[in-house]
Design a binder for this molecule. Sequence first.
Ligand code: AMP
Length: 114
Amino acid sequence: MEMEECIFCKIGRGEINCNKVYEDDEFLAFRDINPQAPVHILVIPKKHIAKLYDTEEISLLGRLLYIASKIAKDEGTAESGYRVVINTNRNAGQSVEHLHLHLLGGRIMHWPPG
Ligand code: AMP
């Protein structure tokens, strides 16, 4: 998909509204439009990376994870527990081809995941 058409690129550029919880020069975090838990936040890099395996920028991936951990604390879900998920490709149910980390919390999670 072209970056110009990518919905998460558009959200990152401010062209589509989102319920923002965090932003810096490189990353944006916003509430999922179809939440699967009381806390369901997506963290994205603003630059277009389609899949987790499409980048070798290790420090970008580290910062993505770090931001999620900070937000989990801010949302009050760190102590009770939360889950971070990066769906990749069809079997995992990736529906938006722009790297995004799901931060899920506020309820008991089951294992194995569905
Ligand atoms: P995935 O299935 O892992 O690709 O996750 C994509 C997620 O993006 C889903 O949980 C959707 O509910 C969410 N989503 C899609 N469009 C939007 C949007 N405009 N604002 C917020 N979340 C969205």
